[in-house]
Design a binder for this molecule. Sequence first.
Ligand code: ADP
Ligand code: GLC
Length: 484
Amino acid sequence: MKNILFIASEGVPFIKTGGLADVVGSLPKCVDKRYFDVRVIMPKYTCMKQEMKDLMKYKTHFYMDFHWNNEYVGILEAEYDGVKYYFIDNEMMFGGFKPYSGNVYDDIVKFSFFSKAALSAIPLLDFEPDLIHCHDWQTGLVPVYLKERFSDNPMFSRMKSVMTIHNLKFQGKWDVKDVRDITGIPASFFTPDKLEAYKDANLLKGGLVYADAITTVSDTYAEEIKTPFYGEGLDGLLRARSGSLRGIVNGIDYEDYDPSRDKYIEYKYDAKNFRKEKIKNKRALQKQLGLDQDDKVMMIGIVSRLTDQKGFDLIAYIMDELCQDAVQIVVLGTGEERYENMFRHFDWKYGNKVSANIYYSEELSHRIYAACDAFLMPSLFEPCGLSQLMALRYGTVPIVRETGGLKDTVQPYNEFDSTGTGFSFMNYNAHEMLASIRYAERIYYDKRREWNKMIDRAMAADFSWHVSAEKYQEMYDWLIGDKA
Ligand code: ADP
Ligand code: GLC
């Protein structure tokens, strides 16, 4: 049995701000339990739902030197869906209304503490990992600490580490002196070949330098981040480490996202009966959101963080024009104020065609995936993207920009040989996107049989974890080698 410990800042069902939580919550379940014992450690945030906290049991605690203080580190544990979870407890560190405060300094303190505490907790877990799997900048210090602070202990010195990049945009960058102070890592580590980048300390970079292997969440993104445009300043390092870098595309949880059993949707359907049943969800959503009751109109959905990454400036640019077409647009998301207000404005201006829902709701997200005809995701960059996979699963045709995981998971429609699962465009250009949406409208309105065949293909595409979990297993095997 090989033991793997995920160290991550979020995971479904305990806490979620984005796709990282979906991955951390679903991949461990899908790894072959005959050969691997995968467990997860994450912070216990005070903002977690009470019902989730109620699942956790106190295991033990200790005190740890950190940032000139001696800090309390509680360890709690829980089992969920066959996976064992550990939680690091310290209410001062993990208080607040959200997991990430948005204040870079505070977040760096919080996750440096978490990274060190998670490693320090291991000897108390009755679980000795062969490999530590780290996710994003929040855990970038883990491979560094493993090589520095913990390397004298044979239990740690043989542990392998993997760093998975879910989003290269966020790196945890701050002044070197402060980060040395916070982490206690010696000055010799803060050089441009290690933790320093462009004069600042960079936590993700530390992880990328010291991890035994690096992965990211699609093949295309693995290539893109070796170029200056997508590399966020680390493309040189990623080119240098390209022998240890690979893309493994994400899957989604096929039990949580299943239109034939989804507890959030009123009318269940599957690949056989969607022609009759899916539309009932559209009617229900039109009613719920106060849109025109119209079976025929093409309904386009958006469920997303409202940030630049997701291409909202393209949408803002053509929104008025698009609203002249026979379409309905349903948005669910939170994020940058200018995009929240942009959608509120269009909801006010075209109330019977546009519905802006500026909040977070698991339930409404499922209803949108089920009800809409098409799903729009014109990202500027997209490491993988899970929303388009959810849309495919619900027979909702994605319209995407050809970047990162969107390119790898949505096959563009080809009307000549009747293939493809969605629509896509290449350049980051608002009118190119609009042309793609209008092409989709034409097929939807004029060639309904073709449209439905596209739904057949979309629903037949397999983005469960099945294939990708095997790729992670191969990588774990390769890194750990044979165990005595
Ligand atoms: P990212 O991680 O970059 O935000 P992904 O497509 O990988 O993008 O994952 C986004 C996840 O968050 C999906 O599960 C999506 O349904 C969900 N999501 C985003 N915004 C909301 C919201 N306002 N309400 C509910 N779910 C949301
Ligand atoms: C990040 C990326 C998204 C990816 C998710 C899970 O949030 O923005 O593309 O799907 O991580 O890997």
